[in-house]
Design a protein. Structure first.
Length: 340
């Protein structure tokens, strides 16, 4: 068996492994030529604001539910996060970052889009929860045992993350990847049984609440509430949405942001995206309505959001510095997530 601490990514060509991907029956598929035309038409006709909802009543209700669920989830977390930098026996924030980077490499290869944030949300929640929040004592013991081991064993932490990505793809993507494919991608460092056993423990630890709203979803909801009241060009909306998405994806890499509420990170990303706009008038109008929305929902205090904004700005500056030095972290490589 391959060294578990050298979990190397191997590019698996879909054409060579058709059985690893569950597909719709061929009779139900549109011909490649027709599908290509449909995609081109959609790309040409879609506007940036098409990703936002115009039903503000429904969005407001959804956002309120998201925040309530968020508060319920964080109430059972360890106060100071799950990584203790002063404990040399524990995994580190850098270990987590390497695995997140590997997850992005994986989804980029398979042209998936929404799984990484969801997967790391599950990992962070699982390692942050206290066993007292699990009703079944037998389940609580199993969860606590796996959580404790994952926090101190890099191989187990990798298995947990790989499993969370496997689950997140099943939940969020239109294509489901089999556990056999994950075994091959992991160079057989883990077996199908280990991945599926970890899946059961992970879901039990999360009380099967694995479809929690992501930071990006919260951010889109907030922007949807602003949309009817701010008249700016589609190009400006496109900039805000793209910039917000970039900042949120960047934040997934950094452990600090996993210790914050998703709505706080979403607001910080939106504020920073607005701050990067060229038009002063657009910036002021957007910030005015964003302030109104903050008063209508149970978000974190503005001081907390400001602190997260600064952390996000530092992260962007660090990323730019790496790009200038020729070592961009966005250039995903097939290196092992955690060094031996």
């Amino acid at each position: 068996m391959a060294n578990r601490r050298n979990l190397a990514f191997q590019c698996i060509d879909r054409k060579n492994d058709p059985n690893c991907i569950r597909r719709m029956p061929s009779s139900s598929l549109t011909s490649p030529q027709s599908m290509y035309c449909i995609v081109i038409i959609k790309v040409l006709t879609m506007q940036p604001t098409d990703s936002l909802s115009r039903d503000t009543v429904a969005v407001a209700d959804t956002l309120a539910a998201m925040i309530t669920r968020e508060q319920f989830a964080t109430s059972s977390w360890h106060q100071d996060g799950y990584i203790n930098p002063s404990d040399p026996t524990m995994i580190t924030a850098d270990d987590r970052k390497k695995l997140v980077d590997w997850c992005y490499l994986f989804v980029d290869h398979f042209q998936l889009s929404r799984a990484v944030a969801s997967a790391m949300n599950m990992v962070d929640q699982f390692l942050s929860i206290t066993s007292t929040s699990i009703s079944n004592s037998a389940d609580a013991n199993a969860v606590r045992a796996v959580s404790d081991e994952a926090l101190r064993d890099q191989s187990k932490f990798q298995l947990l993350t790989v499993t969370a990505l496997y689950v997140a793809i099943k939940i969020n993507e239109r294509v489901a990847l089999s556990s056999d494919l994950f075994v091959e991608v992991c160079s057989r460092a883990y077996t199908v049984e280990e991945i599926e056993d970890m899946e059961r423990v992970l879901l039990s630890g999360l009380s099967w609440r694995c479809h929690t709203p992501t930071t990006h979803q919260v951010g889109l909801s907030i922007l949807s509430l602003i949309l009817p009241y701010v008249d700016i060009p589609e190009a400006s909306w496109g900039f805000i949405i793209d910039e917000m998405k970039y900042l949120i994806e960047l934040a997934v890499l950094d452990y600090y942001f996993s210790t914050q509420r998703t709505s706080t990170v979403a607001l910080a990303a939106i504020y920073n995206a607005i701050g990067n706009m060229r038009s002063k008038g657009h910036r002021e109008r957007l910030k005015d309505f964003l302030s109104v929305i903050m008063e209508c929902f149970d978000f974190d205090h503005s001081k907390q959001i400001t602190g997260v904004r600064r952390k996000l700005q530092l992260l962007v500056a660090k990323q730019r510095e790496m790009v200038l030095r020729g070592g961009s972290e966005d250039e995903r490589s097939a290196t092992p997530p955690i060094d031996a």
